[in-house]
Design a protein around this ligand. Structure first.
Ligand code: F6P
Length: 547
């Protein structure tokens, strides 16, 4: 079943939300807490090791009711069933969207074109396990008989960001292998990585769903050339493996068929870390941990698939985001994990969220008449507090923010963790309450500031507060809880795409830049600038003259 094309602004719920917004925009979140002191009790979801408190938002029970009605009117329930059952919901590419199948138990059945894909998925998982075990244990040797010490993942976009984010996030669970990432076609990136590795003891994992991506192919060729300066062509088989759907092209590149880990066109690049694209994750933390990551994601899949919407974490977070994006006019959202391990979560989700929902044509083929994809950005706390938090607290923009924190630290240093978490709680409280004039005046009295000085300083020191936040308090950062967290945001993306009536699983916009880069490359190589706008011609001529 294809997803239905329903313009959300034509639903009855949208009209209710619009009228309700006109009332709510006069309300402050602080007042909502005064009127309903037990808001946290009403607006939270406790699920497994996740506690999600969304009470610090500009919502009432009525808001939630209308948002849930909106979900019903756009047939979200049916859409979720179509997503999990492998229907061709990526209609512009005529593909199913089945990253969820990758984390299913073996006993599940998921059909694509009438064929159960679970046996294939498990056959590849088995190969990943055997390969990873051989590399980690050292039984797989390099061309001079030494064990592998370093792994270089060569890929870009979804073939880089997911594995790089998870390897960083699960550092605590890491083994002795050093895992590096080369993504940019900038030759300095690859050279900096090659400086740190020895060809005799390095495994190169080329990851490209299509195996046509300029950056990945260029980096792979440069690395193979570098490798062959000390090794023989026959040694390539011990040191190069590939992950791709395009077996023909990988073979043509010179990778032995036994060294190819397949993936499928029903796995989108930005949702692919659960497939063999996650090979470098499994190498870094071992297969067991990789499997726990998948199991965590599966638990979130089940929560999302089976829980009523009012208790459903991805659904609630998606609807809140729609509330701010489409009614309050919020342009961006921030994501602040209170752990250094998740420093790559925001860049990872930038691809997931913005490549998926950065669309302006509705599923009926017409331009949308409302806002879609949110801009997402963020950095870990507490660093971000000393960088851009000023703008979230006192700037002119509304920036709904997700705070992600953990009850227990991994190394268990309570002194550090209590300090970290006191900041975590303090920030959402400060964003909610701000600082009143009375508080500022009381501070001035204590500090002996009065008269003209006090009058001058007062407006700068008063904070309005009323800045909405969600708090995700998770027990501990483990492979399983990380799997749940990533899957949560994947499903949030899905829900928003359904409501916004767009296709979330293609990325035609990215293709134009790729095509233009190829034709400009030909001009640079032939030193013949063709017809462009005058700015591009001017810049190209300057580059060619001075390079
Ligand atoms: O940036 C566009 C894109 O197509 C992404 O969707 C994808 O993750 C990335 O390029 C890499 O593609 P591939 O895995 O095919 O090399």
């Amino acid at each position: 079943m294809a997803l239905q094309a329903i313009n959300p602004t034509r639903t009855a719920a949208w009209a209710k939300l619009q009228a309700h917004y006109n009332f709510m925009q006069q309300q402050s979140i602080k007042t909502l807490f005064v009127e309903q002191p037990d808001r946290a009790h009403t607006f939270h979801i406790q699920w497994e090791d996740f506690l999600v408190d969304y009470s610090k938002n500009a919502i009432t029970r009525e808001t939630l009711q209308y948002l849930l009605e909106l979900a019903d009117e756009v047939h979200l329930k049916e859409a979720i069933a179509a997503y999990f059952e492998g229907d061709l919901i990526n209609q512009t590419e005529q593909r199913a969207v089945l990253h969820t199948a990758l984390r299913n138990p073996a006993s599940a059945t998921v059909r694509v074109d009438g064929q159960n894909v679970m046996p294939e998925i498990f056959a590849v998982k088995e190969r990943i396990k055997t390969f990873v075990d051989a590399i980690i244990s050292g039984t797989h040797k390099g061309y001079t008989g030494k064990a592998i010490t370093d792994v270089v993942n060569i890929g870009i976009g979804g073939s880089d960001l997911g594995p790089a984010m998870v390897v960083e996030a699960l550092q605590f669970y890491k083994n002795h292998l050093n895992v590096h990432f080369v993504s940019n076609v900038d030759g300095d990136h690859v050279q900096e990585v090659l400086k740190r590795v020895n060809p005799e003891t390095t495994l190169f994992v080329i990851v490209s769903k299509t195996f046509t991506t300029q950056e990945t192919l260029t980096n792979s060729e440069t690395i193979r050339h570098w490798f062959l300066q000390s090794a023989q062509p026959a040694d390539v088989a011990r040191h190069f493996v590939a992950v791709s759907t395009n077996i023909q092209r990988v073979t043509a590149f010179g990778i032995h068929p036994e060294n190819i880990f397949p993936m499928w066109d029903w796995v989108g690049g930005r949702f692919s870390l659960w497939s063999a694209v996650g090979l470098s994750i499994a190498l870094a933390v071992g297969y067991e941990h990789f499997d726990q990551l998948l199991a965590g994601a599966h638990a979130m899949d089940e929560h999302f698939r089976t829980t009523s919407f009012d208790q459903n974490i991805p659904v609630i977070l998606a609807l809140l985001s729609i509330w701010y994006n489409n009614f309050y006019g919020a342009e961006s959202e921030a994501l602040i994990p209170y752990t250094q391990y998740l420093q790559k979560l925001a860049p990872y989700l930038q691809q997931g969220i913005m490549e998926s929902n950065g669309k302006s044509i509705g599923r009926d083929g017409n331009p949308v008449n409302y806002q879609t994809g949110t801009i997402i950005w963020g950095e870990p706390g507490t660093n971000s507090q000393h960088a851009f938090f000023q703008l979230i607290h006192q700037g002119t923009k509304l920036i709904p923010t997700d705070f992600i924190g953990f009850v227990k630290a991994l190394y268990g240093d309570q002194n550090h963790h209590d300090k970290l978490m006191s900041n975590f709680f303090a920030q959402t409280e400060a964003l909610l309450n701000g600082k009143t004039e009375q508080q500022v005046l009381a501070e001035f009295a204590q500090q002996g500031i009065s008269g003209d000085k006090a009058a001058f300083l007062k407006p700068f020191k008063v904070f309005s507060g009323d800045r909405p936040t969600n708090t995700l308090l998770i027990q501990q950062l483990t492979p399983a809880s990380l799997g749940k967290l990533i899957a949560l945001y994947e499903h949030k993306i899905f829900v928003q795409g359904v409501v916004w009536n767009i296709f979330s699983y293609d990325q035609w916009g990215v293709e134009l830049g790729k095509q233009l880069a190829n034709s400009i490359l030909e001009e640079i190589e032939s030193q013949q600038v063709k017809t462009h706008d005058s700015s591009t011609t001017f810049l190209l001529e300057h580059f060619l003259k001075n390079r």
